[in-house]
Design a protein around this ligand. Structure first.
Ligand code: SF4
Ligand code: MSK
Length: 641
């Protein structure tokens, strides 16, 4: 019988080829490790094991026959809520620490301490300075940048007041957060308080724990992540729509291939400059290569894709597969979503793995530390290592899948609706009107990771196709955007094949794809601002929870996805996760986050692994919101629910 393992593991043909190659060469990759881990711990899956103090570890018997409380007396509700809350804290910490580093780099660039960066988007600088109440009159761009960077940095450890970016949310939402007591006061403080409350013997009320969880997640979405996005736009340039390519086929057989992987774009943006260095290009030629080919992986890919059209070699589950092509001279990693297994895989090939952040090192792997003061010099050194490694390629091990797809990336809050609004009237009015008139049903954000517990990319692609078929405009970030780009959904042409008639009309009229790529994981903050602008434009209610919109993370794996899910829900948006959060061991907590939260914050979670069913849960929700807004029937589609 033919072995179909590669087809079961991934929907993407390029990945399937590399999975087959790994099998043939007996190289263990993520799916093999996943299989070896089966059955996974049922207590962990249900969220009812605890090891936060040394009287434990404790676990609750899900069948009700064994212990129903930990040694300290903690119930399954407390244990599951604490575990979930700590995922939110970790996810928020990751995004926000990224934001803190960007604020630092902005200050250094503004003060002239880092000559390889400049403040590239003065429009964005002035806009964000306005949000932070900075008087810009008579001040140089550098002075404004320095003041803004300092103000953002101060918000991480701020002890009084609230985060400034929450002022961008609709008034009604701000009032609701205030009333419930979840307005984020600072970034680090919310994470610290959540870690404190979930320490042994502190907060035992699962609802109260989740309340602080929501506040912490809001400090991510409307704080750390938003700071990362907005300051990166100022520092590295605000994205504009750009054509690019995606999938493993972007690697080149006759060139030095450098892959940048992780999340923070400060170094990779400069690596892009260094790859054009004439001396390095000459060196590459000397070794017989026809150039230096830079490609991205995961969200570092999305950052340089959005700003410069640098090709993406793939999403989360393709990081090992890129090395398996045998054509990657060097993989440079920064932080987040970098599998520890990479060093072993790299050892099977000539690929040099280089870590660059003091926060992310691997035993035995070369570390070249990134320093903003010497960014270009460091970037050139890294590229040189890659170029010099070209001669070590084993030609017979090279096997680059041919699959490449075109896409358009680079949509932002500012530019997406300049398209819809036209050159002279950049406004969200046409988008709102298209929804009000029933040409568009609504909008959905489909985001998040890959996970070997679900066929790679399949859930993203199936869900997004179902949504656009039903006239739902989709915005995407992270690995989900890369998954759909590989399917060709991020092109204007895809509207003809896949979009419903109303969405197709809109795409045709303005030349946009039915699926808009708005960036990396921290750029989910762009979606929050887009939704707030829609409310401000009028006609679709007064709060984010009134909008006919929904969110989803069909293949999630990271703690960051949990933090994102919570800030989206706490902002009032119904959100479907593919596999459940680890909460099912507590019926009370499960009910709380999947039902009761809806009455408290207007948003709630659902868990549904079938992407088509999940899409229809989202569509049903959108239709209910349309009904509540008293919008008319869909222009071209029959009622489907
Ligand atoms: Fe066990 Fe309680 Fe300690 Fe957790 S906090 S490990 S439930 S004793
Ligand atoms: S990279 S967080 S696997 S989306 Fe942002 Fe992808 Fe998830 Fe990492």
């Amino acid at each position: 019988m033919m072995n179909k393992k590669h087809i079961k593991r991934s929907y993407d043909p390029a990945s399937q080829k590399m999975i087959k190659k790994a099998e043939a060469e007996d190289i263990k990759i993520v799916w093999d490790r996943y299989d070896a881990m089966q059955p996974q711990c049922g207590f962990g899956e249900l969220g009812i094991c605890c090891k936060i103090c040394n009287m434990g570890p404790c676990r609750i018997d899900p069948f009700g026959e064994g212990p129903q409380e930990g040694v300290c007396g903690a119930t399954k509700d407390t244990i599951a809520a604490r575990n979930l809350a700590r995922m939110i804290a970790a996810g928020t910490a990751a995004h926000s620490d990224h934001g803190r580093d960007v604020a630092n780099t902005l200050i250094m660039a503004a003060k002239g301490e880092s000559h390889d960066y400049a403040l590239k988007s003065t429009d964005k600088l002035k806009k964000v300075a306005g949000v932070y109440g900075i008087d810009t009159s008579g001040k140089s761009v550098e002075k404004i940048g320095e003041e803004l960077g300092e103000k953002c940095l101060a918000e991480f450890g701020q002890q009084r007041g609230n985060l400034r970016f929450i002022s961008l949310a609709p008034k009604k939402r701000q009032q609701l957060w205030e009333k419930i007591g979840i307005t984020p006061r600072s970034i680090d403080r919310e994470v610290v308080e959540l870690m404190h409350r979930t320490n042994m013997g502190v907060d035992n009320d699962y609802k109260n724990i989740i309340k602080q969880g929501m506040r912490t997640s809001l400090a991510d979405g409307w704080g750390g992540s938003m700071i990362a996005t907005e300051l990166q736009d100022i520092l590295l340039g605000a994205p504009e729509p750009v054509r690019a390519t995606v999938n493993l086929g972007v690697l080149k057989e006759d060139q030095v291939n450098i892959v940048v992987h992780g999340h923070e774009p400060t170094l990779s943006d400069v690596v892009r400059e260094a790859a054009k260095d004439l001396e390095l290009l000459a060196l590459a030629k000397k070794y017989g290569a026809n150039g230096i080919n830079l490609a991205g992986m995961c969200c570092t890919a999305n950052e340089i894709l959005m700003r410069h059209g640098i090709p993406s070699a793939g999403n989360f589950l393709q990081q090992e597969l890129a090395i398996l092509t045998g054509a990657v001279e060097l993989m440079m990693v920064d932080v987040q979503c970098i599998m520890p297994a990479l060093s072993n895989i790299a050892n099977c090939f000539h690929t040099k793995l280089v870590t660059t952040s003091p926060k992310c090192k691997f035993p035995g792997v070369e570390h070249i530390e990134f320093k903003e003061e010497k960014a270009l010099e460091i970037a050139k050194n890294i590229i040189r290592l890659g170029v010099e490694n070209y001669k070590n390629r084993a030609k017979k091990k090279i096997d680059i899948p041919k699959e490449v797809k075109g896409l358009i990336a680079g949509f932002t809050t500012e530019n997406a609706f300049r398209f819809l609004g036209g050159k002279y009237r950049s406004t969200y009015r046409p988008l709102n009107d298209a929804i009000i008139s029933g040409r568009l049903r609504g909008a959905a954000g489909v985001v998040g990771c890959n996970n070997p517990n679900i066929r790679q990319d399949w859930a993203h692609v199936s869900m997004v196709k179902e949504l656009i078929k039903n006239d739902v405009l989709v915005v995407q970030t992270g690995c989900s955007a890369i998954a759909c780009a590989k399917e060709g959904l991020l092109t204007p042409e895809s509207a003809f094949e896949f979009a419903g008639p109303g969405l197709r009309e809109v795409c045709e009229a303005v030349g946009i794809p039915p699926v808009l790529h708005v960036g990396s994981c921290v750029d989910n903050s762009r979606i929050l601002i887009i939704l707030s602008e829609m409310v401000k434009e009028g006609g679709l209610g007064e709060d984010l929870s009134d909008l006919p919109v929904a969110g989803a993370a069909p293949e999630w794996m990271s703690e960051k996805a949990v933090a994102i899910g919570f800030y989206v829900v706490a902002s009032g948006v119904f959100t479907v996760f593919g596999t459940p959060h680890p909460v099912l061991g507590s019926e009370n907590l499960t009910k709380y986050i999947t039902h009761e939260l809806g009455d408290i914050v207007g948003g709630k979670f659902a868990f549904e692994a079938d992407p088509i069913k999940a899409a229809h849960m989202m569509i049903r929700h959108i239709d209910l919101k349309r009904k509540a807004l008293k919008l008319g029937p869909m222009m071209h589609q029959k009622k489907i629910h």
